[in-house]
Design a binder for this molecule. Structure first.
Ligand code: NDP
Length: 282
């Protein structure tokens, strides 16, 4: 599995497995299958309420800890210096781990400056090998970088053919922040899998649309974490390293960009309030 080097020298697999929306009672089995297929990066979150099941799958897999890359995220209710530290310890306990590879601030809401202070300390102590953020638009990202010691290693944001984030990627590159794509397959929405251009490119390579989309993201230097509960799709999504899109094919995908989210607007006051006031894993 190819890796990308983050701004602190830590290496992250360019392709991993996301477990959002997988019910806790199914997660152990699904993650066990994903590990068997070859995934080594698992992306969960306190808010997904399935960290314990991820931890059980990891423990049962017998895969050496240093071959795995485990990401989890801090939810809004636990932003703040002391509460972030406690939330990190709870996540570690649920995962059954003694360190994390990547700890992310899940949303740019609440006292995330306090959270970042705690996370910088966790990073310095080695409890979190890398720290980063998620869903940060450029203004909040730059402000966080400019007023803290440690620059986030990753900003995980919605990125797929309908929401390509090109300018944001340029800014992040200049600031040393790795773009991680969530929802790389646009949750399968908006007829992604039947899109004419994507199907033409897929046919030309004897690949599926999902594989073309993941390949397109990886060729842009983006880390991807597709989710599937079906083993055959897990295998399909990881099988993207034996072909390459041409420049012309990359250019054909560029106009699919709508420039906006198909899921959630992190700048809409109602959405911010709705999301920020949801509590998980209390
Ligand atoms: P994805 O873009 O990965 O799409 C998942 C959907 O696509 C599922 O319905 C899945 O169905 C389907 N699918 C997967 N592979 C294929 C395939 N090869 N062919 C056809 N359909 C396919 O959406 P997610 O929202 O799950 O995003 C991925 C991960 O990103 C999450 O699991 C999570 O870890 C992270 N994330 C982070 C967020 C954040 O705020 N930081 C927000 C949202 C997600 P099925 O399972 O039935 O195969």
């Amino acid at each position: 599995m190819p890796k990308v080097t983050l701004n602190n020298g830590i290496q992250i697999p360019v392709l991993g497995f996301g477990v959002y929306t997988i019910a806790p009672e199914h997660t152990e089995q699904v993650v066990t299958e994903a590990l068997a297929v070859g995934y080594r990066l698992i992306d969960t979150a306190a808010a997904y309420e399935n960290e314990e099941a991820v931890g059980r799958a990891i423990a049962k897999s017998g895969i050496p800890r240093d071959e795995l890359f485990v990401t989890t995220k801090l939810w809004v209710q636990d932003a703040g210096d002391d509460s972030a530290k406690r939330a990190f310890e709870r996540s570690l306990r649920r995962l059954g781990l003694d360190y994390l590879d990547l700890y992310l601030i899940h949303q740019p809401f609440g006292d995330y400056y306090g959270a970042w202070r705690a996370m910088q300390n966790l990073n310095r102590q080695g409890a979190a090998r890398a720290i980063g953020v998620s869903n940060f638009y450029p203004d909040r990202l730059v402000d966080l970088i400019d007023h803290n010691e440690i620059t986030p290693a990753v900003n995980q944001i919605e990125t797929h053919p309908y929401f390509q984030r090109g300018a944001e990627q340029d800014l992040m590159r200049n600031r040393g922040v790795q773009l991680g794509s969530w929802g790389p397959l646009a949750h399968g929405r908006d007829d992604l899998f039947t899109h004419r251009i994507l199907n033409e490119i897929a046919t030309a390579h004897g690949k599926s649309v999902a594989q073309v989309v993941l390949r397109w993201l990886i060729q842009r230097g983006i880390v991807v974490i597709p989710k599937s509960v079906r083993p055959e799709r897990m295998a399909e999504n990881v099988d993207v390293f034996d072909f390459r899109l041409t420049e012309d094919e990359m250019n054909r995908i560029a106009p699919l960009d709508t420039g906006s989210s198909s899921v959630f607007d992190h700048r809409d006051p109602q959405s911010v309030s709705w999301l920020g006031n949801h509590r998980f894993n209390t």
